[in-house]
Design a protein around this ligand. Structure first.
Ligand code: FAD
Length: 394
């Protein structure tokens, strides 16, 4: 690859910033082109599996990222109809020893801030805002990104980290719009004192009910709780971040236990997303252009892994570009390593939505029986393929 000419990155989300940092670790310059007028993230939480911590270390932000995480004790699964615990996964010493890293939750803004500061501190990264990439042209020696403002920016490669509605994907893969799942998610962040006192658990808790589920966990040094509630209401159109009333959110949860409903009652300033994903496809690469993160493999959030997988992508891509002098071999090796793993997370995310988060009746009783019978060692074995990943293995 042409070392002198920078790599272009479309998108300044977690995937794009992680890519810029990964490339800088290998001495590769980049120009990051972000559509928005400012770089930032929405005010909500994010869960981080142990695989994310490996990526933080590789990207040079391990210490800063560890400093702003809340280290939860458990992943807890509750039955939203009975308010009984179905099972939990201990995240203590045995879990950390097995995976070499903890499981944690962070505020997205805090995490994005850590990445942004590291990017700003690097002389190898040029961050540009108000720079929407609309398409690209390439020849034998370079690729040129076309911007909505009429500018053209050239580099050795273009990485499309421009999210679910990626313009870069439109040209690379040309597979139409994402699939609308029909699942509606509402998000809110509330002060800890507004969370029912008996539910202030140091856990990522999921209440599973017929066609709905609720997730909550503490954030930002326990100052706030993140609430995410999802309702499978067959919503037909994609929506992202629309403000909605408290009453509208409550509508999908009349059938669950009062204790679970109570959590939703405390939410404020709710915003709505109709979730989208895609079927996996290997068409991530077009000459000097490659996709990464949600642009490559958008998934439902049910494994809490979209951002973790985007960071693993950044680790793998940087590693391959440093390993191979030939850019085509590097991009091919990146895709070969990342595609099977991310496709598995995409497909299993849909499956756990159907079989763990939303079942009813006999289906739910079967879930409870299977999941409550597992030992802690079995849980760790079940998660090994996911949390044991690093971006450098598959
Ligand atoms: C409700 C919910 C909960 C989630 N929880 C978790 C979780 O707990 N753990 C986890 O790991 N993941 C989680 N995810 C998934 C995670 O948020 C995404 O997978 C991750 O943010 C993807 O990062 P990205 O950088 O690929 O894309 P994005 O975050 O979408 O970033 C894309 C960036 O590109 C910019 N952009 C868009 N188009 C262009 C363009 N044409 N030119 C230039 N810039 C452009 C955008 O403005 C944005 O800044 C969750 C998702 C949802 C919806």
């Amino acid at each position: 690859m042409t070392r002198g000419s920078p790599v272009l990155i479309a998108g300044g989300g977690i995937g794009g910033l992680a890519t810029a940092l990964g490339l800088a670790q290998k001495g590769i310059r980049s120009i990051l082109l972000e559509k928005a007028a400012a770089l930032g993230e929405i005010g909500a939480g994010i869960q981080l599996g142990p695989n994310a911590f490996h990526a933080f270390d590789y990207l040079g932000v391990g210490e800063a990222a560890r400093g702003m995480a809340v280290y939860i004790d458990q992943l807890r699964l509750m039955d939203a109809l009975t308010a009984d615990e179905i099972t939990h996964v201990d995240l203590g010493d045995d879990f950390r020893t097995r995976f070499g890293n903890p499981y944690a939750v962070v505020h997205r803004g805090d995490l994005h801030g850590v990445f942004l500061k590291a990017c700003r501190d690097s002389a190898l990264i040029d961050l540009r805002v108000s720079s929407e990439v609309t398409g690209y042209d390439q020849n034998g020696s370079s690729v040129t990104a076309r911007l909505a403002n009429g500018e053209r920016v050239s580099g050795s490669l273009l990485i499309g980290a421009d999210g679910l509605w990626s313009n870069v994907r439109k040209q690379v893969t040309a597979d139409g719009p994402p699939r609308v799942s029909g699942h509606t998610t509402y998000r809110s962040v509330i002060p800890t004192e507004q969370m029912p006192e008996d539910l202030r658990w140091n856990a990522a808790t999921l209440w599973a009910g017929p066609k709905c589920h609720i997730v909550h966990y503490p954030l930002s040094g326990w100052k706030v709780f993140n609430l995410v509630v999802t309702y499978h209401n067959d919503a037909p159109e994609p929506v992202a971040g629309k403000p909605v009333s408290d009453e509208e959110v409550m509508q999908g949860f009349g059938h669950i236990h009062a204790r679970a409903r109570e959590i939703i009652r405390h939410g404020r300033n709710w915003r709505l997303w109709v979730l989208c994903d895609r079927d996996p496809t290997e068409r991530w690469i077009d000459g000097r252009v490659a996709l990464l993160g949600d642009a490559a493999h958008p998934m439902l959030q049910y494994f809490a892994q979209g951002a973790c997988q985007a960071m693993e992508d950044a680790v793998c891509l940087s590693h391959m570009l440093a390993q191979h002098d030939d850019y085509a071999m590097a991009l091919d090796a990146y895709r070969a390593q990342r595609f099977p793993r991310t496709a598995k997370v995409q497909m299993l995310s849909r499956a756990i939505g159907e079989h763990i988060y939303h079942p009813d009746g006999e289906h739910a009783r079967l879930r409870n029986a299977i999941m409550s019978a597992k030992s802690q060692a079995e849980w760790r074995d079940d998660f090994a393929w996911l949390y044991g990943g690093t971006g450098l293995n598959s």
